[in-house]
Design a protein around this ligand. Structure first.
Ligand code: A3P
Length: 301
């Protein structure tokens, strides 16, 4: 990355989220809310929806590999955010917004959002677009979001782990409450074509879950192609893949020396951060917030 390009990003400022309809959103997203709300989804669009740090990049790579017939060369055509535009993203210039990238993309498009279900642009519902939702257990999700706040220079300073956890549990982080997000999308799946996946399930048996995704997309996979997709989307392989590891983003925006984007990629890493008291308290909150939803998570395999 040459220095001139880096300097263009020196204006990046850590900013506090801003409420939209009671949900704190990343400030640039909130500032462009009118544009995002009016986004024109097209028939045939596929949407990948997640709470931040649930494994979005992982499912994006899996979906792209399925769509490209398991050809890693085709998936190396551009970095993740260019292959699958993130419609909530309004980065500093000279980067283009996710909306701009989506608008110039031919159909059929695959797009990404972190929006809670009630804020999704209505055009996705109007066109009955297929949606893949990926959820991750709250403990690992919170730890991953903490480290992402440390390295992402556009998010607020997280403070120490204890401080961040309080903030996270109060739902005051960008894109709002994890509980509302996973539960809202879970309930929506009974009314719309939504495939609801779990990070822990993919970790446990990637081939089984990749087959599920292919079936949802109506794409047949041969065994060799399935094997190729499994190998290409392991944590180690994606960590080494410049088209999937966000190394193309300037360090003024994402400082991977502070914490790599591909950090641990594990189920249960939360145990290195949580005290026993924090863990027990979160179990109680989780039971209360997800009560009667039928939604359950595994925090270890
Ligand atoms: P950790 O911080 O726990 O390592 P997102 O893409 O939604 O921002 O999520 C990033 C998280 O998903 C990070 O979690 C990252 O390491 C993990 N991840 C990315 N690719 C993965 C893969 N192939 N296997 C397992 N975890 C992966």
């Amino acid at each position: 990355m040459d220095l001139g390009f880096q300097e263009l990003f020196s204006s990046v400022k850590r900013s506090e989220p801003m409420d939209i309809e009671g949900v704190p959103l990343h400030r640039p997203t909130a500032e462009n809310w009118g544009l995002l709300r009016a986004f024109a989804a097209r028939p045939g669009d596929l949407l990948i929806s997640t709470y931040p740090k649930a494994g979005t990049t992982w499912i994006q790579e899996i979906v792209d590999m399925i769509q490209q017939g398991g050809d890693p060369q085709k998936c190396a055509r551009a970095p993740t955010h260019k292959r699958i535009p993130f419609i909530d993203l309004f980065p500093p210039k000279p980067m283009t917004s996710g909306l701009e990238d989506a608008e110039v993309m031919p159909s059929p498009r695959t797009l990404k959002t972190h929006l809670p279900v009630q804020l999704l642009p209505l055009s996705f519902w109007e066109h009955n677009c297929k949606i893949i939702y990926m959820a991750r257990n709250v403990k690992d999700n919170a730890v991953s979001y903490f480290h992402f706040h440390r390295m992402n220079q556009g998010l607020p300073e997280p403070g120490n782990w204890d401080q961040f956890l309080e903030h996270f549990l109060a739902g005051k982080v960008s894109w709002g409450s994890w509980f509302d997000h996973v539960r809202g999308w879970w309930e929506a799946k009974d009314r719309h074509p939504i495939l609801y996946l779990f990070y822990e399930d993919i970790k446990e048996d990637p081939a089984r879950e990749i087959r599920k995704v292919a079936q949802f997309l109506g794409i047949e996979l041969t065994e060799p192609v399935l094997t190729q997709i499994v190998q290409h989307t392991t944590f180690d392989s994606m960590k080494a893949n410049p088209m999937a590891n966000y190394s193309s983003i300037p360090s003024a925006l994402m400082d991977q020396a502070v914490s790599p984007f591909m950090r641990k990629g594990a189920v249960g890493n939360w145990k290195e951060h949580f005290t026993v008291a924090q863990s027990e308290r979160l179990d109680e909150i989780c039971a209360e917030k997800l009560e009667d939803s039928g939604l359950t998570f595994r925090t270890q395999l």
